[in-house]
Structures are given as C-alpha cells and as structure tokens.
Design a binder for this molecule. Structure first.
Ligand code: AMO
Length: 536
C-alpha cells in the first residue's frame, strides 16, 4: 500500500449501525405504538372513572373487597385480637393490616407488597376481575386490611423481606386511601445510593429537603424504621445499665431562668413577663440533685442549642443522656462507669438489633465496617499526649487549645492505628475551653479534670468533675465573665453541704449515627430541628 493510500481517511463503517430495513421496521413500530397510545387515551377518556365501592357496616360482613366505612376501622373490642403481626404469621388463614407498599395487576391477578415497619410480604390475588380492578385502584401507601391464606411460596421472593412465604388474598379492604400523587415515593426513598449511580438509571434520587419535608413518608423506609429501633435499644441499654448500678432517674426543668452552659447559644423566651430560656443541658439541675442527696442520677431528655451550625453532627434540639455521680477518691471513678456503660450499650445493641443493622447497611450502602472496634481496657489518652501525637503527624495543635473537627478526626485515626480501637477517652482538657463548673487540675491549673469520649474520631460525650465549693464556684463564674447573680440558686445549692461529684452528657443522635456509621445525625432524629427547619 502506498503512503498516500495509507493516509487517506477511509469511510467510517459502523458495524453496529442499523440497516435500512431495521430503520424502516423501527419507524413502523413507533407508529404502531403511537396509535396504540392514542386508542388507550381515547378509551380512558370515554370510559367512566372507576369508583371503588364504599361499603356500609352491613355490607362489610359479607363483602370481599371495598373501601371500609370509617367506623369499621375500629371494630368492636374483643379480648382476642384477630390481627397478626407480619413477623408472627403462621401458615393458614390470617388477617393483617399494613401499608400497601406496591400493587400491580394483570388481567388475571393482582400482585401486592404489604409492609409493616421494616418488613414486607408479597400478597397475591387470582380470581374475579372486579376484585383485581379494585385492588389495583388502591394507591400505594394506603393503609389496608387483608385476609388470606399464608403459605410457603414456590420460589423465593427477593423483593420482600419475608421471602419464603406469601399471602393468597381472599378479602381486601382499604381503610384509608393515600393520595395517588405522593410527594415522595417510599420505594425511591428506600433505594440504596448505588441504584441511582447506575448508568441510564430511571430512578430519581430524592433530595434531602424532599425527604425531610415529607418525613412521614421518609420514615416509612425499612432503614429509617430500623434506625429508630437501634436508637431505642441504645436508650434502653443506657437505662438498664444505670438502674442496675443504683442510679435514680430524674427529669429536670427545660424552661429555666438563665444559660446552663455559660454560652450564648440559647433560645430565649418570655415566661409570664420574665425573661427565660430553654435548657442547653440538665447540667445545673443534675448537680443540684446531687446536692439534694440523690448520690447517682441520670436523665434522658431534650437539650436545646441555638447554634447556627450546619454540620452533620449539630441539631438545635437533640436528646441528651446525662449522668452525675458522687465521687469518693478520684474523678476517674466516673470514667470507669462511662467505660462499662458504653461497652454495655455496644454489646446489647449489636445483639438485639442485628436484623435492623442489616436493613440500615443495605439502604445506606455503608462503606464503614459494620461494627466498631473497642478494647477490653479502654484507652484513655491525656490531652497533652494527644496534642503531641498530632504535632508529630504534622497537624497544628497546641496543648491548651481545643481540637477542631479535622484534628479530632486525625487524632481518632492515630489512636486507631496505635491501639486498634474506635472508642477512646481523651482526658485532662485545657481549663480555658471548658465551662465554669469544671474542676481545675490541682497539679497544673492550665488543665482540668474533664474528658470527652469519641467514637470513630468524633465526640459523643463531654464530662468533668465539678466544683462543689460555692465560693470557688463563684470565683470561676466571675473569671469566665458571667454574672454570678444569674446563677444564684445554683451556687446556693452548694452552701448546705454537697458531696464531690462528676458527670457527663452524651448526645444520643451522635451515638446512633457513629455506631451505625451513617452520615448525618439528622437521620437519627424523628423530626430534626436545624437553623432552617422548624417543620414538620
Ligand atoms: P456538651 O455541650 O459537650 O456538654 O454536650 C454533650 C454532648 O451532647 C452532644 N451534642 C450535640 N448533639 C447534637 N447537636 C448538637 N448541637 C450538640 N451539642 C452537643 C455531643 C456532646 O458530647 N453539660 C455538659 C455535659 C457534662 O459535662 O455533663 C454538656 O452539655 O455528643
């Protein structure tokens, strides 16, 4: 071949290009499809709108399908509940109430998926056309009552959490119909991120605001239902452990007269003409309970912070889990309690919530390992050592300044490498960055008897030994630039004899988020409050 020939651009022959015949065929098919759509549209216009049967109480007795009358939705009280939980069904005739997760009808059958909490079950109907039409008319997310025969399925049903069984429907009633145009499809909200990342996917990922604006629907996803089960298990473990250790549960006031943490992040309000605010923590009242002779107290309650923080770990209202105890020889007595408490929470939650954790990991496509690592003897790092390790790793960190988020995470990594743990305690924080009630270190008053706990490099808890001497407390309050008159009752609490004491505050949403390895603590809060969100 000559050089000229070689350089000539040969016509591009695309072997995959459709032939003329194929193009003609495709055009014909498109034309056919258009005609079909036009006919269907005309039929829909001329056909009467389907009106589902609305049953009366009398008709309900014998009817096989229809919209239930309002009063039948609360049948007469009998001691034997005829309805079975979807997880407790046994083969044979059953009656359940559930959300209609999905519905699809063919000429001869109706396939539905019913959902209770995080569990789904396939229910099918083969039979009268009228009934198929009715079932198919019920919008997704409606609440339905279904009777049928529960039996083993011929093949595993991969689209449902209960895959080895199905329900053969005999009666089907809509209790309340959902609107047909839902603002958020539960199926979309429940899809793992990977489903949206597939090339040419038809799925549209719901945005975070759409989810939180329609939180009722968002909360119906299996992963979200599971998060709240895990959250409850953590609270229960917290309470169980402390009650066994002779703690007293308290409920402190949330409308208080002044700042409980000394900061400016307070929500102010008017209390019958007197200025008041929402409690930033139960701090003052848990200490006052110790002064009142309760010895060991705990509280689980709302905590309000007017922080304009837009991060994955800040809420304006969160759930605080607080403890306060009398200490006898050393404030590390409380670290022993906290250490045992956290390990009890970890173990108990992992044991009781395995199924829920699987649902959560599936929906959130979690990259992090499913369980956190911890050591038998908890690692306690002195703040000064932590600062030194950060400096050695090239981070700017002074011994007497707080950790920023980046350094906090970096220290978590260093600790993980050194000690193979995702859970550790940082002790002896600089006094200048801790609140007025914190007891300084007697040996070096630049530091204090205070500590934080971390999971996966993020703070979940703060605590300290407190000043139990009223005059010294007043001195520290003044030194922090706070008017002691605003804390008079609190200071006076220590004038009538008070044991030395220490305590800690844990953020529940952060623990849930970090234990599970999910991204944002808003997802661990039922109806989150952030600077931009006061509804729903
Ligand atoms: P602190 O202010 O560090 O300490 O709060 C204790 C724990 O509460 C969680 N937390 C938050 N969670 C969500 N959103 C927020 N905006 C938020 N702020 C804090 C964190 C934190 O570790 N009275 C002291 C505790 C004590 O000394 O007993 C206090 O409130 O997990």
């Amino acid at each position: 071949m000559s050089q000229v020939e070689e350089n000539q651009v040969a016509p591009v022959v695309d072997e995959n290009a459709p032939s003329k015949a194929a193009l003609k065929k495709a055009a014909k098919e498109a034309e056919k499809a258009q005609k079909k759509a036009e006919i269907a549209k005309k039929q829909a216009e001329t056909q009467p709108v389907y009106v589902p049967p609305k049953l009366t109480l009398e008709q309900m007795k014998d009817a096989k399908f229809g919209d239930m009358p309002l009063h039948q939705s609360q049948p007469e009280f009998t001691s034997d509940n005829q309805f079975t939980d979807i997880k407790l069904l046994t083969p044979g005739p059953v009656k359940i109430r559930a959300y209609l997760h999905n519905v699809r009808a063919t000429g001869k059958s109706a396939f539905t998926i019913l959902r209770q909490r995080q569990f789904t079950l396939q229910a099918v109907f083969f039979g009268e056309k009228d009934m198929i039409k009715y079932i198919n008319s019920v919008p997704k997310e409606s609440y339905v009552e279904v009777e049928g025969i529960y039996k083993a399925s011929e093949q595993p049903i991969n689209s449902c959490s209960i895959s080895g069984f199905e329900l053969e429907i005999t009666r089907f009633f809509a209790i309340t119909r959902a609107v047909s145009m839902l603002p958020l499809q539960v199926e979309d909200a429940a899809r793992p991120d990977s489903a949206f990342e597939v090339k040419d996917t038809v799925f549209v990922k719901p945005g975070r605001d759409t989810r939180f604006d329609n939180r009722i629907l968002d909360l119906r996803t299996p992963a979200n239902q599971s998060i709240f089960k895990v959250r409850m298990a953590i609270q229960q473990s917290f309470m169980k452990f402390l009650i066994e250790k002779n703690f007293m549960q308290i409920t402190s006031p949330k409308i208080i007269s002044g700042s409980s943490e000394g900061g400016a992040d307070i929500f102010s309000l008017q209390y019958f003409g007197q200025p008041a605010c929402l409690a930033q923590s139960p701090q003052l009242y848990k200490q006052m309970s110790i002064a009142a002779g309760f010895q060991r107290v705990f509280e689980i309650g709302p905590v309000f912070r007017a922080e304009k923080s837009h991060t994955h770990r800040h809420l304006c209202e969160f759930t605080g889990m607080d403890i306060e105890v009398e200490v006898f020889q050393h404030y590390h007595e409380v670290l022993v309690i906290l250490d045992q408490l956290m390990k009890f929470i970890f173990k108990n939650t992992l044991e009781t919530c395995q199924e829920e954790i699987d649902f959560i990991r599936k929906q959130f496509d979690l990259k992090m390992p499913p369980t956190i690592e911890w050591t038998e003897e908890t690692v306690i790092v002195d703040f000064r050592d932590g600062a030194k390790w950060l400096q050695e790793a090239g981070y700017k960190q002074s011994e007497v300044e707080d950790l920023n988020t980046e350094n906090e995470r970096a220290l978590g990594k260093i600790v993980k490498e050194k000690f193979h743990t995702d859970f550790y305690i940082l002790d002896k924080f600089p006094g200048s960055i801790r609140p007025f009630y914190t007891m300084p270190d007697v040996d070096d008053n630049r530091f204090s008897n205070s500590y934080d706990m971390f999971i996966r490099g993020e703070e979940i808890c703060s605590g300290a030994q407190r000043i139990h001497d009223p005059e010294y407390l007043k001195e520290r309050i003044v030194a922090k630039g706070i008017n002691p008159d605003t804390l008079k009752d609190y200071i006076d609490a220590f004038r009538y004899g008070c044991p030395p004491h220490a305590g800690a505050g844990l953020g529940l949403e952060r623990i849930v988020m970090l234990m599970l390895g999910i991204e944002d603590c808003r997802q661990c809060c039922l109806f989150p409050r952030t600077p931009e969100r006061l509804t729903p």
